[in-house]
Ligand binder design. Structure first.
Ligand code: CMC
Length: 428
């Protein structure tokens, strides 16, 4: 099958059909308006393919997620976050020499320019860390300016990408230290990516922090699971903003802002706040569920539902297992886990949620896991952003490598007033 036939008014049009490596099919409508005068309408992009991509494959019906062909379960169990970064950006798992060189570059880039560190003084201690993160990432374009040139990908891309992946964890840890009024802890060259982040977050001159291998492993898993998810809201934002040829830092800053919302990466913070309400404020599980079903408000049950997964979210399954391991290992007494299990069970047996195929998503269990690591609630979306960084960068690179290159520019169906004459003030 290589064509679709469209019958419109009294004419017939032939539209090309494209097929991906996993047999996903699409009708290419890019010439539709020129051919017919019609555009397609798809609010919320529920059925619109915005690009061809070889980075991440999802089958939402079967609960499959793969990066560059590798199942997420294998990467989470056997891989590390930094090798996942390399895989997403360059297409293959690194060989030993490549991994060492990549890690060395990340270590070299981990400090923040001392002038930039002073920016933190200007932020109130109450500032949300996502607001600080997006500001600081955009500020990288002040300290490391560049212009897009033809040899950008071969000359500058690697440096910018490693700078972003490395510095985001330093900025994140500093924003936490700033919020609690404690001195910044510099990164250490002999620690690995996740260990270094935990060190910068929790070490202090009066109370040295011991990095537990189980916590370091759980953090690696969390970041790997967040690393890419094809054309979601924040990734599409990075592509759309980047398509104007603005610099990589500003494109990523836009992605961070898109991620912050409670329907996307901000959901993990809201899940924990919801579970705490159930525990402390006496709001019952049933009350939350009924509110979420009530169409007269916009409230949703955080941590449930997904645009793509209609069976289960494979990331949530992996996280649930890690949650149990960590909580048992450290003997953590966590009442929220019992509430979460009770809520999950109630949802999975409720007709409203069953009919709509609403299952726990990654954000349902990630908050509990972060909490078990000692990471404060408002840092959860920041953790998501650290994990998603390589995916954003890989998608940005892939878009810029694609020929022909097109600026992103959707169309609309206008529903406003038709032509009318200007009315002078005294006649309005
Ligand atoms: N609680 C109650 N109802 C829901 C929920 C929910 N969490 N999610 C979807 N629905 C309803 C929705 O109202 C609609 O009902 P109806 O058919 O009666 O109008 C139906 O289920 C179908 O949902 P949809 O409109 O197709 O969902 P969507 O694809 O537009 O939105 C979503 C996906 C993730 C934004 C949504 O499920 C949601 O808001 N979930 C809660 C927020 C959340 O947990 N977000 C994190 C997503 S995972 C991390 C990430 O990748 O971003």
């Amino acid at each position: 099958m290589s064509e679709a036939i469209l019958n419109l008014e009294d004419k017939s049009y032939r539209l090309p059909v494209v097929e991906g490596t996993e047999k996903e099919r699409a009708i290419d409508i890019s010439a539709l308006r020129d051919m017919t005068g019609y555009i397609t309408l798809d609010t919320g992009y529920q059925n619109t393919g915005s690009c061809m991509s070889s980075i991440t494959y999802i089958d939402g019906e079967k609960g499959i997620l793969r990066y560059r062909g590798y199942p997420i379960e294998q990467l989470a169990e056997r891989g590390s976050f930094t090798e996942t970064c390399f895989l997403l950006m360059y297409g293959e798992l690194p060989k030993d020499e490549e991994r060492k060189a990549f890690s060395a570059k990340l270590t070299e880039s981990s400090m923040i320019h001392e002038d930039m560190v002073r920016f933190f003084d200007g932020f109130p201690s109450t500032a949300h860390p996502m607001a600080i993160l997006s500001t600081m990432v955009n500020a990288l374009s002040v300290y490391y300016p560049y212009f897009y040139t033809d040899d950008f990908m071969s000359q500058t891309f690697d440096t910018m990408a490693t700078r972003l992946i490395s510095k985001i964890r330093t900025i994140a840890a500093y924003s936490y230290k700033h919020s609690i009024g404690k001195p910044f802890v510099y990164p250490k060259h002999d620690l690995r990516y996740c260990g270094n982040f935990l060190h910068m977050m929790f070490d202090s001159p009066v109370k040295p922090y011991e990095i537990h291998p189980e916590i370091e492993k759980a953090l690696n898993v969390l970041l790997i699971l967040h690393a890419d998810h094809e054309q979601n809201c924040s990734t599409s934002t990075v592509r759309l903003v980047g398509s104007s040829m603005v610099n990589l830092y500003s494109s990523i800053c836009a992605g961070i802002c898109a991620l912050w919302g409670p329907l996307h990466g901000g959901a993990n913070q809201h899940v924990i706040e919801m579970l705490e309400d159930i525990k402390d404020e006496g709001v019952s599980i049933r009350e939350y569920m009924e509110r979420a079903k009530d169409k007269s408000n916009k409230f949703k049950l955080f941590g449930f539902g997904h645009r793509v997964y209609k069976n289960y979210d494979p990331r949530a399954k992996i996280l649930k297992e890690h949650c149990t391991v960590l909580i048992n290992k450290f003997g953590i007494r966590e009442p929220l886990i019992d509430i979460a299990l009770e809520l999950e069970d109630a949802v999975l047996h409720d007709d409203y949620f069953v009919e709509r195929k609403l299952y726990p998503n990654i954000d349902f269990y990630s908050g509990i896991l972060y909490r078990a690591m000692g990471i404060p609630t408002d840092m959860y979306p920041v953790m998501f952003a650290i994990g998603r960084m390589p995916g954003w960068i890989a998608q940005w690179k892939e878009m810029h490598d694609t020929v022909p290159f097109k600026i992103g520019r959707p169309r609309q169906i206008y529903t406003g007033k038709t032509l009318r004459d200007y009315v002078d003030m005294d006649r309005r």
